[in-house]
Design a protein around this ligand. Structure first.
Ligand code: RM4
Ligand code: MN
Ligand code: MN
Length: 391
């Protein structure tokens, strides 16, 4: 009981601004009347989720989608954060949407385009600094579609240079998080395709560069918790983009397909912290965009599921596990994980919410609140007129 309460006190997860706007697949987009149509509505929706769940005090922001005027949008963002009770979170530069990035950003063979990508990244670092935000997450979509069309080694050098320059622009308390992804949008080679490549770039850039693990960005059957354990051991695990998947980067709700995997990831982190006697400094973030589920409900479902799986992982008896591992007592060791996973932690989480003055059932409270009906009416017209994606 104490253990769970303690773990709940430590658990926070960031939600993405883009999770509240209309998104789709590359085949099309189904419009929701309640989707956020501007940055104020994203803050409003994020603030709703935080006020009901108490676990997501920060909102990840995408430069361009959320900062149409770049640095000049900062005062508006600060004002919205105060108004809606949710602070700005990680800043995500956008190095993939502009037409100039057709053949890459940091890896583009044209030096003028590389400079442009670097300028945008440095502007994003400056935006983060103005907002007192520590983390800048860099996802580079760069890659190529056909063998022989890209100089893979030369592009690697370009990436090294760009990350070094980004690192040099950081304030002492800031970090860049380097995100990898095996494929999509590029289908032959991706410049940062896996955690090893991201790790090499981070190590070469400097101590404030870390790796970001997006749980949807692996090949099938890859052991993500082992990657997590290795990055922890190397002091290079910067954060997560959580989501679930069945096939590739599906952006499905966390825990909807394989909740045990999320539990195992949390377990590796908590076991590390227990052994080290200190907290690991990792940004837990959600990266999901729901095109069928209601966005606010999906976000509530996601963060409460994350909280539940974290609490379950906190139940693992680390001292007993260490003894069982050292004695090669396989069944005992495995059972310690399985028993924790099988424990229903929901009654304790409801108690924790009560102690915090939060609704015992955030989803039900949201449904009763009338918020969804109100925004559906207010935003319907704007949503019918909307054509742009993600923004
Ligand atoms: C990518 C990656 C990035 C996200 C974009 C929209 O697959 O996960 O983190 O910002 O999608
Ligand atoms: Mn991601
Ligand atoms: Mn992704």
């Amino acid at each position: 009981m104490d253990r769970i309460f303690h773990s709940l006190e430590n658990f926070r997860i960031e939600i993405p601004s883009w999770g509240f706007s209309n998104t789709g697949t590359r085949f099309g987009k189904f419009i929701q009347a309640a989707a956020a149509t501007n940055i104020e509505e994203k803050f409003s929706d994020g603030g709703q989720v935080h006020s009901l769940t108490g676990v997501c005090p920060t909102l990840a922001l995408h430069v361009l989608w959320d900062f149409p005027q770049g640095l000049a949008s900062v005062p508006q963002i600060s004002q919205l954060a105060n108004k809606y009770g949710i602070r700005p979170g990680a800043i995500n530069p956008n190095l993939f949407q502009d037409q100039i990035y057709k053949f890459g950003s940091f890896g583009n063979p044209d030096p003028a385009i590389r400079r442009e990508a670097l300028k945008h990244s440095k502007d994003s670092i400056a935006i983060a600094r103005e907002l007192n935000v520590r983390d800048i997450s860099l996802w580079l979509a760069d890659g190529s579609n056909y063998p022989g069309t890209a100089n893979i080694r030369q592009r690697k050098d370009f990436f090294h240079q760009c990350f070094k320059e980004c690192h040099a622009a950081l304030a002492p308390d800031q970090r860049i998080l380097i995100e990898y992804k095996p494929f999509e949008p590029a289908f032959y080679h991706t410049d940062i395709a896996d955690w090893g490549m991201a790790l090499l770039f981070a190590q070469a850039a400097g101590t404030q560069a870390k790796v970001l693990v997006d749980t949807g960005h692996h090949y099938q059957a890859q052991n993500i918790e082992q990657i997590v354990a290795w990055l922890l051991a190397e002091d290079r695990l910067g954060g997560f983009h959580f989501n679930d998947r069945r096939y590739a980067d599906d952006d499905l709700t966390l825990g909807s397909i394989d909740p045990y995997q999320v539990f195992r990831i949390f377990h590796e982190i908590l076991f590390f912290e227990w052994e080290q006697g200190k907290r690991a400094d990792i940004a837990f973030m959600i990266d999901q965009s729901h095109n069928l589920k209601g966005k606010i409900e999906a976000t509530i479902q996601t963060v409460t599921m994350a909280q539940e799986l974290f609490a379950k992982a906190a139940l693992v008896n680390h001292a007993a596990l260490k003894i069982a591992q050292n004695a090669a007592d396989l069944v005992r060791a495995e059972s310690l994980l399985q028993d924790a996973f099988a424990t229903d932690v929901r009654p304790l989480i409801r108690e924790w919410r009560g102690a915090k003055g939060l609704p015992a059932d955030p989803m039900e409270a949201f449904r009763q609140s009338g918020y969804l009906e109100r925004i559906s009416t207010e935003r319907a017209e704007r949503n019918n007129a909307a054509v742009s994606s993600y923004a």
